[in-house]
Design a protein around this ligand. Structure first.
Ligand SMILES: [Zn+2]
Length: 79
């Protein structure tokens, strides 16, 4: 699996106000930060993606969340 530290490439800014756990937005510039393991995964991952602890797993444009309450939605901007 591709393993890049996204924080080296992007600055991440939490959405304000924070979206509800049951209704999280998706988008090419939106990323989900896993609050369990602190990994950041794109909300519409084109390549197979997963966070370290497995809470976020996806690929093919769809991300599955085991526990949406442990997700912070952040907007990524290239440094
Ligand atoms: Zn995780």
């Amino acid at each position: 699996m591709l393993n890049i530290d996204m924080r080296k490439i992007y600055n991440f800014y939490p959405l304000d106000p924070a979206p509800e756990a049951g209704n999280l937005p998706t988008g090419g510039d939106l990323y989900y930060e896993c609050l369990a393991c602190a990994a950041v995964v794109n909300s519409v991952p084109h390549i197979k993606s997963a966070c370290v602890c497995g809470n976020l797993q996806g690929g093919g444009g769809k991300l599955n969340l085991k526990d949406p309450a442990l997700v912070r939605v952040v907007r990524g901007k290239l440094k």
